[in-house]
Each structure stands twice: as structure tokens, then as C-alpha cells.
Design a protein around this ligand. Structure first.
Ligand code: ADP
Ligand code: MG
Length: 333
């Protein structure tokens, strides 16, 4: 059973950046406004994430790493109406099958924090011979989750991830995306032992401030988008680069109902619109946030698939394409 769980876990958690994405979404679900991330060896040795969200109650600590235990899904029917990030209850369970997990957490109504260690979904003693029960300790309201030695028990996967600095860059990309999309939340990300953060945004800065901070001069050429489509039941907001700004490759940040996702037909449509404005070797920066009626979003896609589909996809994509086309034409007339 452990092996089966480990294989299932490996399908959800491919690499440190996947694990971190799930952990960030949990912090945001918990209402955090401050998220601090510490990484060692590209996340393979250590992934640590500290938030100031609502914390986990002492009595829930024994089950949070069990598969399909989620506080976010009451009934199966809720699947079609889901508006929070997490709805599967598989992320922490999966991580605990492929790493050593420690959670320190405090709710605002508790006098103290509690710390517990997990393996294969269950509480385990911090060291042999002591109790596995959560242990009272000092701490602020919020949660710190530590995942150590990722894939220590999946040697093939561990071997496939050869380059920690590559993994670190993927991590920074995930943090940057969530930082840009969540302008009310401050994010930091640094390597363990370093006193310099590689991502450092403030809860008071705007989306545009964050884009400028993270991508530098791209922000000077950005066009703001914002449009609602009543009949198709969606809204699009975001920032797109003007035709005369050049990147080495298209930088496309897509959020659907606040989850970072991918949609390759939308991406292709946008690329082909820019192709009429840009010289062949140059590419745009595009950040889009779509809010779609949750009932129209396909939530049954497998968790490994970041690719998301939705109802009336062709019409929705065409509408977004037209909006981008108009704004680019205006800016360049
Ligand atoms: P899901 O997010 O789909 O519910 P997860 O496995 O990601 O499943 O998390 C399991 C549960 O653990 C969550 O439903 C939540 O109750 C709790 N949890 C995880 N991370 C946090 C956090 N940072 N703050 C508060 N609660 C958390
Ligand atoms: Mg989750």
C-alpha cells in the first residue's frame, strides 16, 4: 500500500516547484498575507514555507496529511462549485509520502503552537522512542511547513533532478507568479543561510509594482486589460506588453479562478496575435487573470495536468484574443 501511495504521490509531486505551488496555495487558502519561503539545494534538501494564515487546529493535526482529508470540500457536489484553490486533499498527503514533513502551527484561539512530524500520511515521532503526538511549542498564529529530503525514497525521481539551480529557478518562477497575482500578500523567497531574498514583495504594492519589481523594465510598456463578458460568464484582467517590447521568449502567466494554470490554445492564439506586431525573434509578456463561473471550469482534470479546460472554450478564447487585438491596435495606431 505504501508503494502504491508513493507512486500516486509521485504523479502529483514531480519536482520541488510542484510541491511548493501546492504549499503556497494552502497558505493563500488559509488567508495568509505574509508568506516566507526558504530553500536548500533547489528544494531537494529543504522546502520551508511560513505563513500568517489561520493555522491548523490541534485536533486536526493528526489527519492533515491523510489522503482526501480536506477542510475545503464538504460534499462531492461541491466539486462543481469550488472557489478555493485546493479541493482534492491530496497535496500534503503526497508530499508526506516522498519527503519528511514537519508542521508547526497555531490558531489564534490557542495559547501555544504545536509541532508534529509526518511520514506516509501519518504522524511519526520526531525521533525514535518519543511520542508521535503533536508537541506544544512557542509560535505565532500561522503555519510553518517543512519538507526535507524530497524523493529520498524514490531514487529514480531523485536522480532525474540533477540540477538544483535549475529547480531553484523553477521555484522562483512559481513564487513570482503567485506574488504578481496576489498583490495584497507579501512574499519572500531565499536560499537557506542567505540573507538576501531572491523574491521580496510587499503586501502594500500593486500588481504593476510587483511586475516592475520582478521583471524590471517590462513594466514601462504594459497595457492594462479589464473586461467582463456577461453571456460567456467570464472576466479577464491583466497586463500585456506593448508590441514594441521584446523578450527572448513569450512570458505567459495565466490564472484561472486564482490558480496558476496552462491553456495551450489560448497561448497559441495570443502568440499569433503578437506575431502580426512583433518581429519574428521577439516575444511578449502577458499576465492574464480569468474569472470564470466555477461551474464552467473542468475540475476533473488530473492534478498533474496544469492544463485546464472550460466550457465554450473557443468563444472565450476568441473574446480574449479580440480584446488583446483591440488594445494593441489602439496602442500602436
Ligand atoms: P486541500 O488544500 O486540497 O484541502 P491539502 O493536502 O493541500 O488539501 O491540505 C490539507 C488540509 O491541511 C487543508 O484542507 C487545510 O485544512 C490544512 N492546511 C494545509 N496547509 C495549511 C496552511 N498553510 N494553513 C492552514 N491550514 C492548512
Ligand atoms: Mg491544497
Amino acid at each position: 500500500e505504501t508503494v502504491v501511495n508513493r507512486i500516486a504521490a509521485g504523479e502529483i509531486i514531480h519536482r520541488p516547484a510542484n510541491a511548493l505551488k501546492e504549499l503556497i496555495e494552502n497558505c493563500l487558502d488559509a488567508g495568509a498575507t505574509n508568506i516566507q519561503i526558504t530553500i536548500k539545494d533547489g528544494g531537494l534538501k529543504l522546502l520551508q514555507i511560513l505563513d500568517n494564515g489561520h493555522g491548523i487546529r490541534r485536533e486536526d493535526m493528526s489527519i492533515v496529511c491523510e489522503r482526501f482529508t480536506t477542510s475545503k470540500l464538504k460534499k462531492f457536489e461541491d466539486l462543481s462549485n469550488i472557489s478555493t484553490y485546493g479541493f482534492r486533499g491530496e497535496a500534503l498527503a503526497s508530499i508526506s509520502h516522498v519527503a519528511h514533513v514537519t508542521i508547526t502551527t497555531k490558531t489564534s484561539d490557542s495559547n501555544c503552537a504545536y509541532r508534529a512530524c509526518y511520514s506516509d500520511g501519518k504522524l511519526v515521532p520526531a525521533k525514535p522512542g518519543i511520542s508521535a503526538e503533536p508537541k506544544a511549542c512557542a509560535g505565532n498564529t500561522g503555519t510553518q511547513i517543512t519538507a526535507e529530503d524530497l524523493f529520498y525514497n524514490v531514487p529514480t525521481r531523485r536522480k532525474a533532478l540533477k540540477n538544483p539551480s535549475d529547480e531553484y529557478n523553477r521555484i522562483l518562477d512559481v513564487v513570482n507568479r503567485y506574488a504578481i497575482h496576489n498583490s495584497g500578500v507579501s512574499f519572500t523567497c531565499k536560499k537557506q543561510g542567505s540573507n538576501q531574498a531572491d523574491v521580496n514583495t510587499l503586501s502594500t504594492s500593486s500588481t504593476l509594482d510587483n511586475i516592475r519589481h520582478i521583471y524590471g523594465n517590462v513594466a514601462s510598456e504594459l497595457i492594462e486589460l479589464g473586461k467582463s463578458f456577461r453571456k460567456l460568464e467570464f472576466k479577464v484582467n491583466g497586463y500585456i506588453s506593448n508590441a514594441n517590447y521584446n523578450l527572448k521568449k513569450m512570458n505567459f502567466l495565466l490564472f484561472i479562478n486564482h490558480r496558476a494554470v496552462e491553456n495551450s490554445s489560448l497561448k497559441k492564439t495570443i502568440e499569433s496575435i503578437y506575431a502580426t506586431y512583433l518581429p519574428k525573434s521577439t516575444h511578449p509578456y502577458v499576465y492574464l487573470s480569468l474569472e470564470i463561473n466555477p461551474q464552467n471550469v473542468d475540475v476533473n482534470v488530473h492534478p498533474t495536468k496544469r492544463e485546464v479546460s472550460f466550457l465554450n472554450e473557443d468563444e472565450v478564447i476568441a473574446a480574449i484574443g479580440d480584446t488583446i487585438q483591440e488594445r494593441l491596435a489602439d496602442a500602436n495606431s
